[in-house]
Design a binder for this molecule. Structure first.
Ligand code: CA
Length: 405
């Protein structure tokens, strides 16, 4: 709605594919990842043009495959099939090249823990039509229904960077306005895992007579598929997803995934998306350790998980935490037109993304900095009694945010 279209659509990734082969040509199964050590991101000096980048890489001939230019960050991802160290050294000798970074793998953040299984309702093999709509406990806890008299997220664009979304899910379909599959551009961003559909439902499941309802039930959902069927994705695919978000005028981007390694090129991509006006929200992580990336970056809102008793489980990561939201036993939409109960900071993050959408409907000119300032205003969160490094500013409250923007 409010977003300035930066014209980046013209700069979208160009597939060059040395020798007519691009990186996707050999991948039939989306779950099959090329071994990470072969995948690199070549970072060029500032101002290096596309022809200059091509000149650097083309002279390597068949030593590299599958170039993808990432204009958002002045970098090009490549695959080095063999003699990795030698080829890297050769690339680095070129004065136009600043650095080479690994194309690291990020993973979705539902709780992978046998104890979470008991929260999963038996769903059988057939779709389970809901006799009537229920309001999941997390939606009530953050007082979203009280906010709907004022805002439902209408006109606000929320990108779900995830495993995709089931595009024809009966409780999501009318809110899904578009998307992209950066893993396999020949395919739609339909969800082949289930995680992204669950996350999307927490943000914006439709307020109708079936299933569940999301925090911002009239927000526009965009499926940005950057994670494969196994819930994993490369940094290069995520950077491409962020480029798409900027070019398509996204207002909010939810990232329920993480990795423990910091990456300068990822931080640059995140900073550029932030500066383009996108409110970035991410899951803190579920291993009880330090906040994962991208949540750990200052430009990203890091979200911890709480349960029905307002307790923060020991597995919710800590360190750089901004807010807490419901993330235990969360019932939401799932692939196969189903519904499922899942736990994890993956489920907490979209509660906050939904609150951001509610706020942006009534304050469409707010920058990411303004949104953060409103969410963290005294009185706009609930203190759960933990330290800042565990709960951040506390539990988000949609109604308080809307009434005190
Ligand atoms: Ca519904």
């Amino acid at each position: 709605m409010r977003k300035i279209f930066l014209g980046l659509s013209l700069l979208l990734v160009i597939f060059l594919g040395l020798g007519g082969i691009n990186i996707f040509a050999g991948i039939d199964e989306d779950s099959e990842l090329i071994p990470a050590p072969q995948r690199k991101i070549v970072v060029f000096r500032e101002g290096a043009s596309i022809p200059e980048r091509n000149a650097v890489l083309k002279q390597l001939g068949t030593k590299i495959k599958g170039m993808r230019h990432h204009n958002l960050v002045n970098a090009t991802s490549v695959v080095i099939p063999e003699n990795i160290e030698e080829v890297e050294a050769e690339i680095l000798r070129n004065p136009n090249v600043k650095a080479i970074e690994p194309d690291i793998v990020f993973t979705a953040l539902p709780l992978r823990n046998p104890h979470s299984e008991r929260f999963i309702r038996p769903s059988g093999t057939k779709p389970t039509p809901q006799p009537s709509q229920v309001i999941p406990w997390g939606i009530s806890r953050i007082n979203a229904p009280q906010a709907w008299g004022t805002s439902t997220g209408t006109g606000v664009n929320v990108a779900i960077l995830d495993t995709g979304i089931q595009l024809n899910h009966p409780d999501l379909q009318v809110n899904i306005k578009g998307g992209i599959n950066t893993i396999n551009p020949r395919k739609t961003p339909n969800d082949d895992n289930g995680h992204g559909t669950h996350v999307a439902g927490i943000v914006a499941a439709v307020n109708n007579s079936i299933g569940v309802v999301g925090v911002a039930p009239e927000a526009n959902l965009y499926a940005v598929k950057v994670l494969n069927a196994a819930g994993s994705g490369y940094l290069s695919d995520i950077i491409e997803g962020l480029e798409w978000c900027i070019s398509r005028g996204m207002d909010v981007a939810n990232m329920s995934f993480g990795a423990s390694s910091d990456s300068p090129i990822f931080h640059e991509a995140i900073t550029n998306a932030y500066n383009a006006g996108i409110v970035l929200v991410a899951a803190a992580g579920n291993d009880g350790g330090s906040t994962l990336y991208p949540a750990a970056y200052n430009e990203v809102i890091a979200v911890a998980a709480s349960d029905e008793n307002n307790q923060i489980p020991s597995w919710s990561n800590r360190g750089k935490i901004d807010f807490t939201a419901p993330g235990v036993s969360i019932y939401s939409t799932y692939k196969g037109s189903k519904y499922k109960t899942l736990s994890g900071t993956s489920m907490a993050s979209p509660h906050v993304a939904g609150v951001c959408a509610l706020l942006l409907q009534i304050k469409p000119t707010y920058s990411p900095r303004d949104v953060y300032a409103t969410l963290s205003k005294p009185g706009n969160t609930v203190d759960l009694g933990y330290t800042q490094s565990i709960q951040g500013y506390g539990l988000v409250d949609a109604y308080k945010v809307i009434t005190n923007p």
